[in-house]
Design a protein around this ligand. Structure first.
Ligand SMILES: C[S@@+](CC[C@H](N)C(=O)[O-])C[C@H]1O[C@@H](n2cnc3c(N)ncnc32)[C@H](O)[C@@H]1O
Length: 209
């Protein structure tokens, strides 16, 4: 089995519960690593990637249970911890929206959007989930990797938190700081027409002082 990337290894470290689902498992690396921790399902929603997933699991003599499913709306009821990693934020938000009923039964959600972070983050805040742990990781570009669980009070969040997550702002996450510094350097290089973005990033970065 290939070695887990730093991002997948961090996602693995966020695991909670005993029954896991890796949505969009693809290469199955995370699902195979999770197998040591409990019962694992791994899903794909297209026939090609699903066949590859089934063959990868067979080749590794794995007990991971493959599912040919779209998102989370029809997942088995025993799943406690759902991973949705490495997809665009819009796709993750769509999966969450379509699976809204199932969210009540899921205890932990570990997400890692590649783009439009605010979409799944605010969706989860507005549906009674809060991120308890996470960080920003660089793997070709920056991804947040966040674990959410249910929260019994109304979740109040500001614009910075909706963009980057409550835990990353509260913990002054080093990975997020690097992402903001990278964006700032890019906008400063472009120069003209980026004054507002530059001011906004400088304001946010003051939090780390
Ligand atoms: C870029 S790969 C990410 C693989 C792995 N999760 C990772 O983070 O390294 C995204 C995978 O999600 C699958 N996928 C996309 N939408 C899906 C959905 N609605 N349900 C299940 N799988 C989906 C794709 O087929 C693809 O294999």
């Amino acid at each position: 089995m290939s070695k887990l990337s730093f991002r997948l290894n961090y996602a693995l470290s966020l695991k909670k519960g005993n029954v896991f689902l890796d949505v969009g498992s693809d290469h199955a690396l995370l699902a195979l690593a999770l197998e040591e921790e409990g019962k694992v399902y791994a899903s794909e929603n297209k026939i090609g990637p699903y066949s590859t997933l089934v063959n990868t699991l067979k080749r590794n003599g794995s007990n991971v249970i493959p599912l040919f499913l779209d998102g989370i709306k029809d997942i088995p009821d025993d799943i406690e911890c759902v991973y949705i990693l490495g997809m665009g934020g819009r796709t993750i938000e769509k999966i969450l929206k379509e699976g809204e009923e199932k969210l009540k039964k899921i205890k932990y959600l570990i997400i890692s959007p590649q783009s439009d972070f605010y979409l799944p983050i605010t969706f989860l805040y507005n549906h009674g989930f809060i991120d308890e742990e996470g960080t920003y990781i660089f793997e070709k570009h920056y991804y947040p990797v966040l674990r959410f669980s249910h929260y019994d009070k109304r979740i109040v969040y500001n614009d910075d938190e909706s963009k980057y997550s409550i835990s990353a702002i509260k913990n002054r996450d080093g990975g997020l700081k690097n992402l903001l510094l990278t964006k700032l350097a890019l906008f400063e290089k472009i120069g003209e027409d980026k004054e507002n973005e530059i001011l906004e990033l400088r304001r946010l970065l003051k939090l780390w002082n």
